[in-house]
Design a binder for this molecule. Structure first.
Ligand code: SDX
Length: 434
């Protein structure tokens, strides 16, 4: 029996048989366009709402194995990177494909550190938000506003311009995030302190009050660094797909990142970490967990922080976050919400409803509990997701722009509406039931 990397299909409408190549476990959608019933027929289109089984690109940035719960950045297991790297070191890896040597890392950190300031017009722009504006909305709008400050960013085919905007965005995201928080609580903005590392400076801009120099707790600063590493990239998730799609029209990276952040803000995606805390607050005590689980099983609500399109096993990031929580709680004291979360997990992981659907804790299930213990309000949680994911969005954006197979994203559709309707002038249209 001859075997080959091909797929042979018979179109029973015409009894014609076609053979198409299989490459990397995929077939090309365009190879099905030839399957037609006649000259008038456009040819077969592949229908895949929400892209549940569609590869949109070739990428060498992040590898996921959903069945085995494996996550690697540029081939390095996430466990090694979280334990042995800093976030900026991992940012370098995601963007350049290799871990930096000491000189490269020092130069990279110096570059990012010297892009943390915001143009004063952007600071003034942020002062226009209502006092109670959601920090995530302020972040998205302010990132888009950076597009007005750096018109050179439109040169998306210029590698030097792409790298300059990349450094600016990585450097400025914590500044914008901290200013969104300070605006939200009515405190004066704190300017960056270049003596501090990436997460210490972020904490400085968030929480320094009148002391001349902010002293970040090193355990909490390192915990944030680990959380940033875990959130940096995750192959073709909803917000990264948005970054690639908006970037494919050659929009500048500030507008593309703002669009990706908008996608991330949804409660089914990066907004889930804030929803998990609301869920734990609603449950209130461990004793209420069984009744809540029943409401989930009855289909009334989803168990936020559970489930994943790709992971059908425990999200490896959730395991690391759980371990990091222990270190944080030694400094901050144990967050009582952890007990409710652990009980939710314990019951869910043995309940057939969740087991049959392969629903496990994802990255958002425990992250909010840590963030709250460190001192963040729930409406800052998705902002904390957007800061590190900006690196992944930019790495994927660059990869898309230099991929010769890629061009402006424009899916097809199945049209279900009416056709060729007779136009009736407004004076002759009868009363329409409203
Ligand atoms: C992130 O893509 C990424 O990589 C994202 C992310 C990243 O790093 O970028 O990992 C970050 O977004 C993590 C996910 C955070 N979201 C949540 O925690 C929200 C709750 N989770 C669900 O909304 C859901 O699990 C999704 C959105 C994450 C995945 O949805 P899918 O893949 O479309 O799965 P589905 O909705 O088709 O669910 C399959 C079944 C359904 O039941 P049936 O219709 O078969 O009876 O599982 C059920 C769903 O109702 N289900 C859940 C559930 N998630 C899925 N039931 C209860 N609670 C849940 N959380």
């Amino acid at each position: 029996m001859m075997t080959s990397n091909t797929l042979t299909v018979t179109d029973n409408r015409t009894n014609r048989t076609y053979t198409v190549p299989i490459t990397d476990g995929t077939v090309r959608a365009m190879d099905f366009r030839q399957m037609r019933t006649g000259e008038e027929d456009f040819g077969l289109i592949l229908y895949d709402p929400a892209f549940t089984n569609t590869a949109s690109c070739r990428s060498s940035i992040t590898y996921l194995d959903g069945e085995r719960g494996i996550l690697e950045y540029r081939g390095y297991p996430i466990e090694d990177l979280a334990e042995r790297c800093t976030f900026l070191e991992v940012a370098y890896l995601l963007l350049f494909g290799e871990l930096p040597n000491k000189a490269e890392l020092d130069a990279w950190v110096f570059e990012i550190t010297h892009h943390t300031m915001l143009h004063e017009t952007t600071r003034k722009f942020m002062e226009g938000f209502r006092y109670d504006a959601h920090p995530m909305s302020m972040l998205m709008s302010s990132v888009a506003a950076l597009s007005t400050v750096y018109p050179d960013a439109k040169e998306v085919h210029n590698p030097a311009s792409r790298m300059l905007q990349t450094k600016r965005l990585i450097g400025k995201m914590p500044t914008i995030a901290a200013m969104s928080y300070r605006h939200n609580v009515g405190f004066p903005y704190v300017y960056p302190d270049n003596d501090l590392n990436y997460t210490e400076n972020f904490m400085n801009m968030l929480w320094r009050m009148v002391e001349p120099k902010y002293a970040a707790n090193p355990v909490l600063a390192r915990a944030l660094d680990i959380l940033f590493i875990l959130h940096a990239d995750h192959e073709q998730n909803c917000s990264t797909n948005t970054m690639r799609s908006v970037g494919s029209s050659l929009a500048d990276p500030y507008l593309a990142v703002a669009s990706a952040a908008a996608a991330l803000s949804g409660p089914l995606h990066g907004g889930a970490n804030e929803e998990v805390l609301k869920m734990l607050d609603e449950i209130g005590t461990k004793e209420n967990v069984p009744a809540y689980i029943q409401r989930v099983k009855d289909g009334h609500i989803k168990l936020m922080g559970f489930g994943h399109r790709v992971y059908k096993n425990y999200d490896p990031r959730a395991k690391i976050i759980k371990r990091t929580a222990d270190q944080v709680f030694q400094v901050t004291g144990r967050n009582p919400k952890l007990d409710i979360a652990l009980e939710l997990e314990r019951i869910a992981l043995q309940d057939p409803y969740f087991v049959s659907r392969k629903l496990y804790p994802n990255v958002d299930f425990y992250s909010g509990i840590i963030y709250q213990a460190v001192g963040f309000k729930p409406d800052m949680f998705t902002v904390l997701f957007a800061i590190p994911r900006t690196v992944g969005w930019l790495a994927q954006w660059q990869e898309m722009l230099i991929d010769s197979e890629q061009k402006i994203a424009r899916p097809r559709q199945i049209y279900t509406g009416q056709r060729n309707r007779k136009f009736v002038p407004v004076a002759e249209r009868g009363a329409v039931a409203v």
